[in-house]
Structure formats: C-alpha cells, structure tokens
Design a protein around this ligand. Structure first.
Ligand code: FAD
Length: 557
C-alpha cells in the first residue's frame, strides 16, 4: 500500500502511482521519505538514543532496505569533542549539533524516552519528552535521574508520581523487528554528598550553557561593590573534578577564556581568578603514556592551572568555607568543596566530570525479562532455539560497571538465574557507552561508539550479520587540548610496532606521540573534518577565524 501525504498528493499522485505500479520504482527515490510512507515488508529498526551510537547508526542504515526510527528525549545529536569550546564562547552551541529531523533525512524520529522493553512482544514502552503544556525545556538529566532513584522500583512513571498530569509525557508503545540500544551513560558521582544536587555536569548542550552562564554570573557578582575580597576569591575559583579528557580539556579551555576574554572585560578581577583540576588518581589523562601526561601536568601548571591530583572530594555544599549548618542553594553565593587533603575550599562553580555510570534505563528497566522470547533468541553457540525454561532469565551485565554484555556482533546476552545458561537475543543489539562486547571492550569514546554503529549498520545493509566475523575496534589515536594552543596526541601502540620476520619491533619513524602546537593543529583539523555536516564544518571554521579578529563570544543568556 502507498500513502501520500499533503501537497504531494495533489502534485504528483498520478505520476508516482504509474511509476510505482508499472515500473516498480521505490517511492523514496522520488520523494524524501518524510512525505511518503511506504508500508513495505522492510524490517522496522528502532534505535534508542540520538548520540554517537544511535545517530551514526541511523545515518548509515540503508533506508531502501530498512524502516528506521530513532527514539530519544533529545531531538539533536551533539558533537561532544567540541562541547568544551562552546562553554568558553569559542563556538556557538548550534555549530556542534545536528538536528534529528532534517529535510533529506530518511529516518523517522520520536522525541521520547524509552521506559521499558517487552522483549516477548517486541515493543518498547516510551514516554514523550514533549509535554502538553508547551514547556519543552527538558529537565537536567541529573534531576530525572534522581527522580528515577527515589521512585518506586518499577513502572514507566517511576519517580514521577508527584508530577501533575501535564508535566508527564504521553506514554505509548512502539513495535520493532530489530532494536538497537544506544542510550549512553550519565555522570558518575560515587555517592559523594552534595554533588548530585550542587555540581554542574558536562555532557550536553544544556550543561555547557549552564557552565558558560555561571562563569559570567560569578564575574558579575564579584564585580558588585558590596562583594567582599574573600567572596571575590571564592566566586572566581572554578573547580573541575575529574582529570580525564573531558575535565582536563574543560579546565584548559576555561583557563584560556578566563585569562584572556574575562581578564580584558574585568581588569580589576584578573588576579583573583583560579582554576583547579582535581582527581583522586596521581596523574592527569591517565589513558595517555606517562611522558605525555607528565607533559600535560607541567604545561597546565605553567599556565596557572592548579593541578590537585591524589585528592579525595568529600562534600560539595552551598555556603562559605568553614561554616556549619545546612545551606540553601544560593546562586548569589559561593560553594564549599571539601577534600580530605585540603579541607574546605570556596568555589564559585564545581564541574563534575569523573566518568560514567549506567543510564538508569539500563540499570533499572533492563533487568529481568518476564518471559524468554523463544522466537527471538538463540542459545549461545547453538543454531536452534532449544530453550526449555521460558521464565527466570535476566539480561547479562558487566560486573561493577553494569553495561549490557553483548557478543562480538553486539547482540544482547541473557543468562538463566538458576541454570547459568546463556543466550543471545537475536534481534536486540547494544552499542556505544551502554554496551560491552564480551570479547574485548573498546573504550567508552565517540570513536568506539561510531565505529560500532557503522559496523552494525553495514552488516544490516549487507544482510550478512550472522556470517560476518566479529567487530574489532581500530584505535585511531587520542587527542586532548591542554590550553594556550597546545594539545597532546597519543599514537596508538599498535601503530608504533611493525611485524618484522622474527617478531614485533618498534617503528623507528613514529614518535610516542605529538605535543604542543603541532598536536593542536592536528586536534583542530581532526575535529573540523570529523564534524558531521558541511554546514557545521563551515560554521566552525568561520567562528575560529572570527575569534582571531573579534575574540570569543562573552555574552550571557
Ligand atoms: P551518547 O552520545 O551519550 O548518547 C546517548 C543518547 O541516548 C542521547 O541522545 C540521550 O538523550 C539518549 N537517551 C538517554 N536515555 C534514553 C532513553 N531512556 N531512551 C531513549 N534515548 C535515551 N570521545 C571521543 O572519542 N573523543 C573525544 O574527544 C570526546 N570528547 C568528549 C567530550 C565531552 C564533553 C564528553 C561528555 C564526551 C566526550 N567523548 C569523546 C565521549 C563520547 O562523547 C561518548 O563516548 C559518546 O557520546 C558515547 O556515545 P553513545 O551513543 O553511547 O552515548
């Protein structure tokens, strides 16, 4: 059957129907699929998440062979490697996002969060994240996560009982033939008191906007004639917790912003600013070679960043340091960060970037399954479905981390609670940060998530998933910006060795890594070329050139 919608009906129905009926032309060759719904026998692929895994998968999947729908509470994709640049006014927020609904897109999109999966009936229960009141600004991820934690054990409305009707999204089910779970992770707080409530996180555009706004706000508050010198020091002290790539790059980028753009705007305050980078580990950027992380520590310390490695954060609360009693959140005041090593320290803002924890959807909703979906699953290493016990199965997860364990084809695995038997769900896949292939986990990076997404989409397009050999991650190197137009580039260890007759040898032509200006140029070129659309590549290039002439964007809105 063919359904023509809107003005296309009037414009071209006759021509199109003739083409379809007589010449067997796929309508999607003539019109974009958002105008045309072809009720074909193509499998319906449902993708949960619009991040690196979900978005790249949906762009690579062949629309002539599959009907693909993305479900995500976020109606856009974020190019995360450049997120820190937006917080410091180097780039506009819009130049690092790609909308899920695009003119030429062949993928359908529903703005909702997945709440539960019925594996037996192959349906996903979703809650729309657009609410009836028209208030469309989504709450901070951390707030919804907290509601999730505090709510009852199960149910799509978990943690939302207190909301009025119009604040809840509509709940509906979406069927699938194949399901790709790519809902990513959220920030890990290790249960540190006050962090969930008072810290800023740094994962999405909203977070970056909040950081930029708070930095500007702290400068304005410090500039008020009534602000004491002590309060000025506290307000202009910005703490970043977590010295992985995100925290380190954010500290470096904020330091550039504060010491250049802000110092010019507020000359009287320029000597009162401070940026501290905290981590419990003894070094920064621990995934880089030791010599490179040491270079980062030295360069950043020279730039004036206070590097506090081997520091344990104990609490984050509103109020002045060394004062007692509970303090209400007061955006006009400062916060106190307490560490085991330093005691109380006053800060204007604390950004928490200490790594990942599983998304609550993966943590709570994807556990037990009501009944083993006999048609949709295989016993591991067996071509036939021989499951006797339809009850008692649960989703297999990585110990401690809680990521969905998959086989090397990204099929989600199950295990039987009593017998310990394992099985794979044939039509349910997990990629990106929320997944972990049992055969060797690639790092939780955009690089890995996009390679996984491309690999899986290719297998679907070629229809050779069952016969293809498993996925293997190709490390293309790691980059990190460390401030003042300096960066680090880690060359993958595999590339540094060559096989030569009797065994592996160090490649004499490749250095350990690149540092300084050269690495910074590679950083710029790499991320410019990796940006998804030409529209954004040109916007980014143009802004970088404009920044050289007019400086960064310092507006606060
Ligand atoms: P995400 O990209 O986080 O996407 C998850 C998606 O799922 C989101 O769209 C979310 O809205 C959606 N979602 C959440 N819950 C639900 C639900 N219940 N139902 C449906 N959808 C849901 N990696 C690199 O390789 N290089 C870098 O330079 C780099 N820089 C980074 C800088 C920053 C600031 C950050 C935060 C990360 C960076 N990373 C980098 C890591 C990289 O961004 C992640 O590894 C990558 O985003 C993981 O992709 P994903 O698809 O698994 O998850």
């Amino acid at each position: 059957g063919v359904a023509l919608v809107g003005r296309e009906l009037a414009q071209g129905a006759g021509v199109l129907l003739k083409a379809v009926l007589q010449e067997h032309i796929d309508l999607r060759n003539i019109l974009p699929s958002r105008h045309v719904m072809v009720c074909s026998s193509n499998p319906k692929i449902l993708v949960l998440g619009s991040g690196w895994g979900g978005y790249i998968f949906s762009r690579k999947i062949n629309p002539r062979q599959n009907n693909c729908t993305v479900i995500s509470p976020r109606s856009y994709f974020v190019f995360t490697p450049l997120l820190t640049d937006t917080a410091a006014g180097n780039l506009d927020f819009s130049s690092i996002v790609e909308p899920m609904r695009e003119l030429k897109s062949n993928v359908d999109f529903i703005q909702a969060a997945a709440r539960r999966i019925d594996f037996k009936r192959k349906r996903v229960l979703c809650e729309a994240s657009i609410v009836k009141s028209g208030v469309t600004e989504s709450p901070r991820v951390e707030e919804t996560e907290r509601q999730f934690e505090e709510g009852p054990e199960t149910g799509p409305m978990r943690g939302k009982e207190h909301l009025r009707g119009w604040e809840r999204g509509q709940v509906f089910e979406v069927p699938y033939d194949k399901l790709v779970i790519a809902v990513g992770c959220t920030s890990q707080t290790f249960g540190t008191p006050g962090v969930r409530e008072n810290a800023m996180f740094f994962k999405d555009i909203g977070d970056s906007r909040r950081v930029k706004r708070r930095v500007r706000e702290c400068f304005e508050l410090a500039a008020l004639p009534t602000t004491t010198a002590e309060m000025q020091h506290n307000l202009l002290h910005f703490a970043i917790v977590g010295a992985g790539p995100t925290g380190t790059e954010l500290a470096a980028t904020l330091r550039d912003f504060v010491s250049k753009s802000m110092a010019e705007l507020y000359p009287a305050l320029k000597d009162k600013t401070k940026i501290s980078l905290y981590d419990v580990a003894p070094t920064v950027l621990s995934m880089f070679d030791k010599s490179l992380s040491q270079y980062a520590i030295e360069t950043m310390s020279k730039e004036g960043i206070d590097i506090r490695t081997s520091h344990h954060i104990e609490e984050l609360r509103w109020g002045m340091p060394n004062t007692k009693g509970p303090h209400e959140m007061d955006p006009k005041g400062c916060l106190t960060l307490r560490t085991k090593e330093q005691g109380d320290v006053g800060v204007g803002m604390c950004v928490w970037a200490t790594g990942n924890t599983m998304n609550k959807f993966v943590k709570y909703s994807l556990n037990e399954i009501d009944e083993f979906p006999v048609d949709g699953a295989l016993l591991k290493n067996s071509s036939a479905t021989e499951v006797k016990d339809v009850k008692g199965w649960k989703i297999k997860k990585a110990p401690k981390i809680g990521a969905l364990l998959t086989d090397d084809h990204f099929r989600v695995q199950l295990e039987h609670e009593q017998t310990g038997q394992t099985a794979v769900l044939q039509d349910v896949f997990a990629i990106g940060d929320n997944a972990m292939p049992e055969t060797g986990a690639p790092p939780a990076t955009a690089q890995a998530a996009s390679q996984e997404a491309k690999w899986l989409a290719d297998r679907f397009n070629r229809g050779d998933l069952d016969t293809a050999s498993g996925f293997s991650f190709r490390n293309m190197g790691t980059l990190a910006y460390i401030g003042s137009s300096n960066a680090l580039m880690q060359i993958p260890h595999e590339k540094k060795t060559t096989t030569n007759g009797d065994g592996k040898r160090r490649n004499p032509y490749l250095p350990e890594g690149l540092t300084g200006r050269m690495a910074w140029l590679v950083w710029k070129v790499a991320y410019l070329s990796m940006s998804i659309s030409w529209r954004n590549r040109l916007r980014i290039l143009f802004r970088w050139v404009l920044n050289r002439v007019f400086g960064n964007d310092v507006s606060r809105f």
